[in-house]
Write a new protein. Structure first.
Ligand code: SF4
Ligand code: SF4
Length: 119
C-alpha cells in the first residue's frame, strides 16, 4: 500500500503553527473544546465577581479595580497550564484569540480545503 505524502501547507490561510483553523473559521465559537481552558476559567471567575457585585450593589468601576488587582495571579494560572509555552507577548504561544491551537486538528499538509492567502 502506498503512503500518501501531502505537500507542506504553511501558506494556507487556515494554517497556524501546524494546526488547522478551518473548522473554527467556518463556525466561529461553535466548538467549545477549542477554547483555552485558562481563559474559560477566567470567564467563570469574572461572572462570579459580577454576581457578587450585584448582591453588594458595587458599580462596574469598582468591579474592574478588583478584577485588575488579580491580574498577576491570573497570569500564574496560564503559566501553570501543563501545555503552556511562553509567547512573545508574555501570554501563551498557543493562544490564538481565545482558542488553544493545541486543540485544533493537525494540518497534515495540503488538503482539498487548502487556500493560499494572507493571514
Ligand atoms: S491545508 Fe487543509 S488541513 Fe492544512 S491548514 Fe489548510 S485547510 Fe487546514
Ligand atoms: S496551552 Fe496555552 S492556549 Fe492552550 S490551554 Fe494552555 S494556556 Fe491555554
Amino acid at each position: 500500500m502506498n503512503n500518501i505524502i501531502y505537500l507542506p501547507a504553511t501558506d494556507c490561510i487556515f494554517y497556524r503553527e501546524g494546526f488547522c483553523l478551518y473548522e473554527e473559521i467556518l463556525n466561529p465559537g461553535y466548538f467549545v473544546e477549542f477554547r483555552c481552558k485558562v481563559l474559560k476559567k477566567w470567564e467563570r471567575e469574572y461572572e462570579d465577581l459580577l454576581d457578587r457585585a450585584e448582591i453588594f450593589h458595587l458599580d462596574l468601576k469598582v468591579v474592574e479595580r478588583i478584577w485588575d488587582k488579580g491580574n498577576r495571579d491570573r497570569l500564574k494560572d496560564m503559566y501553570n497550564c501543563p501545555t503552556f509555552k511562553a509567547g512573545e507577548d508574555g501570554l501563551c504561544f498557543y493562544l490564538h484569540g481565545d482558542i488553544c491551537l493545541l486543540t485544533l486538528p493537525i494540518c497534515k499538509g495540503k488538503c482539498h480545503l487548502f487556500t493560499r492567502g494572507e493571514k
